[in-house]
Design a protein around this ligand. Sequence first.
Ligand code: XMP
Length: 463
Amino acid sequence: MWEKVKSAPVAISFEDIIVLPGFSEVEPFDIDTTTRFSRNIKLSIPLVSAPMDFVSNDKVASILAAMGGIGVIHRNCSIDEQLKIVRRVKECDVYKDIPSIKPDYTLRDTISYLKKLEEKVALIIDDNNTIGIVKLCTLSGSVRVSELTTISEVLDEVRKEQTVSKLININEDNILIEMYSNTVGLKPSLDSDEKLMVAAACSPFDYSRLKVLNDAADAIVIDVAHFHTKACMEAVKRIESEITADLIIGNIGTYNAVKDALSKLEKVDGFRVGIGSGSICKTGEETGVSAPTLFAIIEAKNALRELSMDIPLVADGGVTSVASALKALVLGADSIMCGRYLAGCLECPGPLLEIEGRKYKLYRGMGSLTARLERLLDRYSRTTKLISEGVEALVPYQGSVIEVIHKFVGSLKVAMGYAGAKNISEVRNARIALLTPNTRKEIAPHSVIKIDSEMFWELLKKQ
Ligand code: XMP
């Protein structure tokens, strides 16, 4: 038995490593985040929404695809309902259904547009590409410009100065616009008919759903907690020849799972990797079995290397920051699937709650008791399973998903710059180091009494 212990691999987590700085030749502006979701689906940004009922609805999936990522529509509903959500993404008109403006809008047009929609944030779209976002805000210390200045004039200034944002004071009412352009050149994820791309989650045992969604979506994401079973493999084997959309297999967490899947299945266009790391998961705690996301990426990547196969990996679970996303990319992931990172957004399906003056949204695991109660055929609650494998939760409200995605891209570009990579394939060359508990403390703010920016500002102004 000691041999088993001595030869055990280390199940590293996001908090166990750091990425080391690397020689960088480019500014964050010029960094390219293009990647792949699956064999045939290219993305401008490596961000994918998790198929969870409090995350991936048509709004989140449409905005994500418009900004270069892709949403996976959950299956915690009838086939008809899931199909409707997928269709709504396909029918989405970026200029009508998503808060968005064109670069020739004046600042005055932009303000009245946002006010009419009662929105605070909108995409700036030029010739189908996202070139930035505008945001109504209330900070001071801005540059004063005319109301008739156009969005593209401001963006030109921002780019010339190599900054990522500009704060503009428009009129006497102190209306301010914050404008960012670090999303320059993000291409929407479009199919061959120029419609937004979308993926759909399906159980391998739900043949009717698979058939219907295969015709409507660009990718099918097999949605089981533990794919590496005889029953799952046989179920996919039976239907794989009928699947014309890209087929992403998961979840898997080990070298053997990749090898077995590839020896038995003909059609594998991607792997969804990671078991038990999700913010709302309790599989690992309840069962003692899990394959944390970073560990799962390493295992899957090793198997693919050995087979000389290049199949994209979707890292799934536990990514709550750009720092974690970067680590997953460095170790071999091609895209990052997020539940918690997006769940606090305005557009997500859960209600917006206010508790003791703070705003929250509801979020839950798809194996939680309440989610299981709401469905018949699912990934965590088959009759053989007696336990809940997920929890119900609150997450802090984060505002518009446009802003959250925008921050993700901006911060990822900065992170890639530090790592010395100008694109995703170069990220793989970055070095990593293992952390000690002391380093972990040292690399976060420490030895000070932290206060929030607003309080700091107030205190400074009083002096
Ligand atoms: P994050 O950390 O982004 O994780 O919130 C999202 C991923 O967690 C998985 N998931 C679950 N895992 N029990 C689990 O063990 C659950 O109830 C559950 N619900 C979701 C899933 O892979 C998702 O993408």
